[in-house]
Design a protein around this ligand. Structure first.
Ligand SMILES: [Zn+2]
Ligand SMILES: [Zn+2]
Length: 435
């Protein structure tokens, strides 16, 4: 966004499918060229005064002092943060208080894209200025805590940006708050995500509550181990499985990365998270020597060793354990050697492309190998098409710009009889807020 000489970037992430024609399948951009290998395919915009010296090393773009005033972050998902590491570290990142705690958890463990940047925190109810622009952040419900939409008041009128949102999570009323505030404005331009606009009309939209109901049945009906793959920063899902375990008298066992996140989020008064060591245990993978020595682990991992559970302990107590296990940690099953007849819950999006189908086939092979039942159970982080359409109608902007979607043209169907203009963004072409 640019207003009277001030420039702000709203989110700066890595597209999940962006660049799949050139990278992936073992082909990666080279570090020696900074952002250059991404510039080559238009995977990053060549903007003067945005990138760090290191990002521009050996690229056609010359380094110059920052001309961009800030990055304003809606939430801590990779497709919104993933390219911030290329941004000049002198440019501050504005984010919600919860997002800054999630950033700290990553920073203390595997690293965060916000490392090296000044982090400026906001919360719902705040308003802050960046140059002549006024930002009003308003919380929304999404599959990670601390997600925001924004009303940005500029010299040309108000821009409303939804960030990523849904209505069917435990905090659905937060998205209602955003819609109400945006509708009172109403904005000249609405920038909205449309991840699921192509979902079939009337198709199923599983809520987190339904995930809890189904998970409780599955956990209660299993005699041996239950394990599940789900996104480690989806706190709603952690709470769902924690509650299902409470009902069934099982113990939720999480990874060290999830444990450090839960420890940080304890400090967030607005969130309820299970307490590490008291309500959930931590799985301790063997590393280096394989002898579970302190020296086998990074300093941030060591505090969890005492309340930790090894593969052997999980095997001993398997009828009382619900283990969070990412697919890349499936080889742990070789050490755990669970009894046949357990349940595996794939609590993530179903495969939607060939690569995902290949990964799913590998997961199923592992599940067959241990003789477990495979169950698919997930609530999306995004609203389905008809609810996105409702949101647009209720906000009533003059102009709608769909982003974060592979089907922007589908927004046309939301506009029947309405008085707004649909603008499909084109790379490199500015869109005025008014007119
Ligand atoms: Zn997201
Ligand atoms: Zn997203």
């Amino acid at each position: 966004m640019e207003d009277r000489g001030t420039k702000v970037v709203l989110d700066f992430g890595a597209g999940f499918a962006d660049g799949a024609e050139f990278f992936g399948s073992g082909i990666e951009p080279r570090l020696v060229n900074g952002a250059g290998d991404l510039f080559e395919f238009g995977l990053l915009p060549q903007i003067q005064g945005l990138y760090s010296e290191k990002a521009l090393q050996n690229t056609p773009l010359r380094y110059s002092a920052p001309e961009v005033d800030a990055v304003v972050l809606s939430h801590f998902h990779w497709d919104h943060t993933g390219r911030i590491g290329y941004v000049d570290p002198r440019i501050p990142v504005y984010c919600g208080e919860t997002t800054s705690l999630i950033h700290e958890a990553y920073s203390d463990s595997t690293g965060s894209p916000l490392d090296d940047h000044p982090v400026k925190k906001f919360r719902t109810g705040d308003r802050f200025r960046i140059g002549p622009m006024e930002f009003e952040p308003i919380h929304v419900d999404h599959s990670i805590p601390g997600a925001y939409g924004f009303l940005v008041r500029t010299g040309e009128g108000t821009l409303a940006y939804t960030g990523d949102f849904r209505f069917h999570g435990p905090a659905g009323s937060m998205t209602e708050d955003f819609v109400a505030a945006a509708g009172r404005e109403p904005p000249s331009l609405l920038l909205t995500e449309g991840t699921r606009v192509s979902d079939e009309e009337g198709g199923r939209n599983t809520s987190e509550k339904e995930v809890l109901r189904e998970a409780t049945k599955m956990v209660g009906g299993t005699k041996s181990l239950v394990f599940s793959t789900f996104r480690g920063n989806d706190v709603d899902r952690i709470n769902t499985f924690y509650q299902a375990c409470e009902t069934a008298g099982r113990r939720l066992v999480v990874s060290m990365k999830m444990a450090i996140l839960l420890e940080k989020l304890k400090r967030d008064g607005g969130l309820r998270v299970p307490r590490v060591g008291k309500e959930v245990d931590v799985y301790v993978r063997r590393k280096r020597t394989g002898r579970l020595d302190d020296s086998d682990y990074y300093p941030w991992e060591r505090p969890f060793l005492n309340s930790g559970m090894s593969a052997l302990e999980v095997r001993k107590k398997q009828a009382g354990v619900f283990l969070h296990l990412e697919a890349w940690n499936f080889p742990e099953l070789i050490d755990i050697r669970p009894e046949r007849g357990g349940t595996y819950i794939h609590a993530a999006t179903e495969a939607f492309n060939e690569e995902g189908e290949r990964e799913d086939a590998v997961i199923r092979n592992w599940i067959d190998h241990v003789g477990f039942r495979y169950a698919q159970l997930h609530a999306s982080g995004h609203a389905p098409g008809r609810q996105v359409g409702d949101l647009v109608r209720r906000i009533g902007p003059k102009k709608v710009v769909p982003i974060h979607t592979e089907h922007p043209m589908l927004f046309r169907s939301f506009g029947r009889g309405m008085n707004w203009k649909l603008v499909i963004p084109t790379k490199g072409k500015p869109i005025p807020i008014a007119g």
